[in-house]
Design a protein around this ligand. Structure first.
Ligand code: FAD
Ligand code: SF4
Length: 473
């Protein structure tokens, strides 16, 4: 049926809308916002794909998923076939289908977008991955025969997990060392349940364990074990420890109780289940008036989390306008629907507190946009005399993160740049033979799919390195 469609038929189909949980209800719960496509809607959306010979979408995907091929299977209703194609290139498809910024990757270059909207590749990816989760019960592509080589991976975020999965498929024995008590990296401690349920992370990590990946949590490389010890015990290593060290505003009052970095705020809620009721949960301050400073995805996650924790006024304060906000358009839209208040062109000057040490308010200054700065965005310029105060009982600082020097500082031979990020070649090789790196610890804060792309590139390079070791005898 799908094959009989002409290009004109395909162009006549309108892009599918992702069904969402109603905004009035979801602002008070942590259940997933996007509900996923039904089978008929997925097939219809897949029929929009033009099956281009020049596969621009694949070029736009850092892990090179065979996008037209899996979409063709969806259009035929062959979901098992689609899942098999997807899994070949992507070890975390249900994660990517939920959190990848497809609008700046595969969908940005999708040829269908030249006439109307691009194919909803991300929604289809999620559909197929969810279908496989429900119908195939953790069926995995069997790994190659054991090679006898041992590889260590530092960090169980998307970069480390992807590298581990690819290497395990090639028959290498992989051990992942993770500092926290649960694997997933930002997927677990940063991205909230309402965007990426933890059961999805559990499922995809579980598939890697089935492949033979050994994940050792509560191991801080640089403290519990050094990179040098890893080097002696393993044939190669991939370092993907992320960039999780928070950046602060460096203004007066940041040490009052009730002032959090976004990292701490989100980790308490996500990893340590502060949003749940009952014993075992980590305490969190449920502010009535919550100020979140920043305009990126992390700020959106923090402010939407604060709203769900009961904030009457969950407020974003950002020093530029909405047009300059780095957050995804969908995140800003969802935040607004959920009642988040946006205070734009506002720059923080000071945090006030009570005598007993708790935050009570903030001073801001209004800004206007001047000439573009080095980032190409118009620079915010203070408006004299526009200082004013805002009452609040919680402040969350979400203005970026940087490299944590704990691991790199303990490995003097590992070359880093002036910001502390690891220097690598195009295949992820570091200054130490056999040690590769990728993800945020190389790029600075980036995206899940770029970290996964690095993990995949490094896995191929490590495999080549190990083959050479074997050939040398
Ligand atoms: C709140 C938030 C929301 C985001 N939302 C999105 C989104 O929607 N879409 C998107 O594409 N990107 C998003 N990002 C960015 C994305 O999550 C990161 O770019 C990506 O996770 C980087 O992957 P990584 O594997 O390099 O590092 P991470 O995910 O940071 O994982 C690194 C892991 O290494 C561990 N580790 C650190 N030091 C050590 C050590 N010394 N020893 C052992 N283990 C160590 C950490 O505990 C962590 O588990 C978001 C980021 C944040 C913070
Ligand atoms: S570029 Fe778009 S239309 Fe063309 S094959 Fe890829 S998904 Fe289909």
């Amino acid at each position: 049926m799908a094959n009989k469609l002409t290009p004109k038929d395909r162009l006549a189909i309108e892009r599918v809308h992702m069904p969402e949980q109603d905004s009035s209800q979801r602002a008070a719960n942590f259940s997933e916002v996007n509900l996923g496509l039904a089978e008929a809607a997925a097939i219809r959306e897949a029929q929009r794909c033009l099956q281009c010979k020049n596969r621009k979408c694949v070029e736009g995907c850092p892990v090179r998923v065979d996008i037209p091929e899996f979409i063709a299977k969806v259009a035929q209703g062959d979901f098992a076939g689609a899942a098999e194609i997807l899994q070949r290139r992507n070890v975390l498809p249900a994660v990517c289908g939920r959190v990848c910024p497809q609008e700046t990757q595969c969908e940005l270059v999708c040829v269908r977008g030249l006439k109307g909207s691009p194919v909803a590749i991300g929604h289809l990816e999620r559909f197929v991955a969810d279908w496989a989760m429900t119908h195939q019960n953790g069926q995995i592509i069997a790994p190659a025969a054991a090679t006898g080589f041992k590889v260590a991976v530092v960090g169980a975020g998307p970069g480390g997990l992807t590298c581990a999965g690819e290497l395990a498929r090639l028959g290498h024995q992989v051990t992942v060392f993770e500092a926290l008590h649960d694997p997933g990296g930002v997927l677990r401690y940063g991205i909230p349940e309402f965007r990426l349920p933890k059961r999805i992370v559990d499922y995809e990590v579980g598939n890697l364990v089935k492949l033979g990946v050994n994940i050792q949590c509560n191991v801080v490389v640089g403290k519990t074990i050094t990179l040098e010890q890893i080097r002696r015990q393993f044939d190669a290593c991939f370092v993907a420890n992320g960039a999780g060290l928070p950046v602060f505003l460096k203004i007066s009052g940041e040490d009052y109780n009730g002032v959090y970095s976004a990292n701490e705020f989100l980790t308490r809620v996500n990893l340590m289940a502060a949003w749940k009721e009952g014993p075992g949960r980590t305490p969190i301050i449920r502010g009535r008036n919550v100020v979140v400073i920043g305009g990126g995805n992390v700020a959106m996650d923090a402010v939407r989390t604060a709203r769900r924790l009961g904030a009457q006024h969950a407020m974003i304060f950002y020093r530029r306008t909405e047009a300059e906000m780095p957050a995804r358009v969908e995140e800003i839209k969802h935040a607004k629907q959920e009642g988040v208040e946006f205070h734009l062109l506002e720059s923080p000057l000071e945090i006030f507190g009570s005598d007993d040490g708790w935050v009570s308010g903030m001073k801001f200054q209004r800004m206007q946009l001047g000439e573009p700065d080095a980032s190409g965005r118009r620079r915010p310029v203070p408006i004299p005399g526009s200082e004013h105060t805002v009452e609040c009982d919680v402040v969350v600082v979400a203005v970026g993160a940087q490299a944590n020097p704990l691991l790199t500082g303990s490995a003097p031979d590992l070359e880093v740049n002036k910001w502390g990020y690891i220097e690598v070649g195009p295949d992820g090789a570091t200054s130490i033979p056999g040690i590769y790196a990728g993800g945020d610890i190389v790029r600075g804060s980036a995206t899940v799919i770029l970290a996964m792309g690095d993990g995949k590139t490094a896995a191929e390079a490590i495999d080549g390195y190990l083959r050479k070791l074997r050939d040398k005898g």
